[in-house]
Write a protein that binds this ligand. Structure first.
Ligand SMILES: [Zn+2]
Ligand SMILES: [Zn+2]
Ligand SMILES: [Zn+2]
Length: 270
């Protein structure tokens, strides 16, 4: 069942663990982002705004991201995996829940996320209602149904398929997911997938740009938004400048249906 308010998604952050600019980096891509704030990227997180506010991932930038977007409450949080760029903002919810007297936030995540949270964030347990989810589970919320799918990133990492009027998958982080996930992508309207590196000369469980686009095209999903973008390459164990903004625009032009996300980008999914 879909809620009364047409929901929209907002990209709270579209960077990888390496933000743009990265404070330690003086490459041309970072210098360009220093000179043009519209190119800056904070750690990847997504919010679904409707009758409720549901956020996927809460990295260390989450409080600034919510403030920037004027989001004053959060009802539900889904975590994809226990890497700091995806969960390290959890302590930021302590104060709103205690001072502003929010109800408990519903916190969903795979078994290692919930287990580590219970162990490492003992003092915060009272502010969250914890839900362990596993691939195949479905959670019906006011604005959409959420399905948990396995990603290829860490042992327990997951992505989410969100069924509002627009059906989309959020697969961040990871490379080509396992077949049981790929089979669930049939008939979706939109794929949101990571593209951590513009180019990558080692094997990580993260996509480089061309491989992310190849995977999207194989799914047959008409639209793709790339996020978790460091906008760098990785060569010989070094971070190097990635594509320029105009090269990125040209790249979009060559692949109909493809968009690079940016911080603050909003799309109606109602
Ligand atoms: Zn990440
Ligand atoms: Zn750089
Ligand atoms: Zn990760």
């Amino acid at each position: 069942m879909v809620g009364k308010i047409d929901p929209e998604i907002v990209f709270l952050g579209t960077g990888a663990a390496i933000t743009l600019p990265a404070f330690f980096c003086t490459c041309s891509t970072c210098e360009e982002a220093r000179n043009d704030p519209s190119l800056r990227r904070t750690r990847s997180a997504l919010a679904l705004l409707g009758e409720e506010t549901t956020v996927i991932d809460v990295g260390p930038d989450i409080e600034h991201q919510l403030e920037r977007e004027g989001i004053r409450t959060v009802d539900n949080i889904f975590i994809t995996h226990w890497h700091y760029d995806h969960f390290w903002g959890l302590p930021g919810f302590f104060e709103p829940v205690s001072i502003s007297k929010w109800g408990r936030i519903q916190l969903y995540g795979p078994v290692d996320v919930i287990g580590r949270f219970e162990r490492d964030y003992e003092g915060m347990k009272g502010w969250f209602e914890l839900h362990t989810v596993k691939p195949g589970d479905r959670v019906q919320l006011k604005d959409a149904a959420w399905e948990v799918v396995k990603t290829t990133h860490t042992e327990y990492s997951v992505g989410y398929i969100v069924e509002a009027k627009t059906k989309f998958a959020y697969l961040v982080d990871g490379v080509v997911p396992p077949p049981e996930t790929v089979s669930r992508l049939d008939g979706l309207d939109l794929l949101i997938v990571e593209s951590t590196m513009d180019s990558l000369d080692v094997e990580w469980h993260n996509f480089q740009l061309d491989d992310a686009v190849k995977f999207w095209k194989e799914t047959g999903i008409p639209k793709c938004i790339l996020t978790h973008l460091s906008c760098h390459g990785w060569k010989e164990d070094k971070l190097i400048a990635g594509m320029t903004p105009s090269e990125r625009k040209d790249y979009e032009g060559k692949h109909q249906g493809l968009t690079f996300a940016y911080d603050g980008m909003r799309i109606s999914v109602g």
